[in-house]
Design a binder for this molecule. Sequence first.
Ligand code: UDP
Ligand code: MG
Length: 319
Amino acid sequence: MDISVVVPLYNEEESIAELHAWIKRVMDENNFSYEVIFCNDGSTDHSWDVIEELSAKYPEVHGIKFRRNYGKSPALFCGFERAEGDVVITMDADLQDSPDEIPELYKMIMDDGYDLVSGYKMNRRQGDPLSKTIPTKLFNATARKVSGIHNLHDFNCGLKAYRKDVVKSIEVYGEMHRYIPYLAKNAGFTKIGEKRVHHQARQHGVSKFMGWNRFVNGYLDLMSLWFISTFGRKPMHVFGFLGSIMFLIGLIAAIVVGAYKLIGLYNGNNPGLVTDSPYFYISLTTMLIGTQLFLAGFLGDMISRNSSERNNYQISKVI
Ligand code: UDP
Ligand code: MG
């Protein structure tokens, strides 16, 4: 099979049939063998009925129905698990992403050797309020910096194409769909490209991602992803290092406190109580924090030693 199209959706009943017809037209025109996997993320409207109808009529249409709404990432994950095409293409169900981009995306993966190609929405300002576009810009700039994937302008674009190996090697969870290129890079897929894609305003239904809180959560996710990818296999290296620095500062401060006291006694004038010196408090807090950090490092190491992931490596070939 050439292509699997994975479509996560939540309450998109008006768009599904139209999207399928559009995908089918493009696939037939280009003679692709394909499947479409609709991942119904606990919709409360008639989305699932539409998918059932389509699937009864067209054998290439598959559906997965969640019992409740889990989010876009879990929907993608389950679609990825079942995808069989050489190239896997994800797109949103709301008709904002154009299936006309599929042939070119397929070519970039199969002929140009990309592991992952992300869409870059041209004219995306259409229909989006400022509360959405400004955070998006900041978000992409940070994601580029942290992930080290400098050529991507639009991490969050729903339209992406993957070599099959990529989707089988990464685990999208929580809200991590925003960082799939970063997950892919961490799994060792480094040829990541971008294609400018057409994008139109939403025609039916409403956006499921709005407001500033998704921005804050996005940053927290990015931080934990960065931490896990950098220190996940060696937590002691970061906590031990920070702990040592803290402890050293504390030790120096303690020596200063002691030295003042001794010098004072030696010279015969009253040196006062050690608790009068600010160094005493610096020493106390930094040594405590240093010890805590060390303990966190030990705990982290014990957890990662017992993790079922500890010997999970990405192997691309064995001969
Ligand atoms: N979506 C989903 N589960 C959710 C939220 C959204 O499967 O909990 C789907 C949604 O139906 C759409 C895609 O994810 O197909 C992108 O969502 P949306 O178009 O609302 O996001 P926007 O384009 O406004 O960023
Ligand atoms: Mg949308």
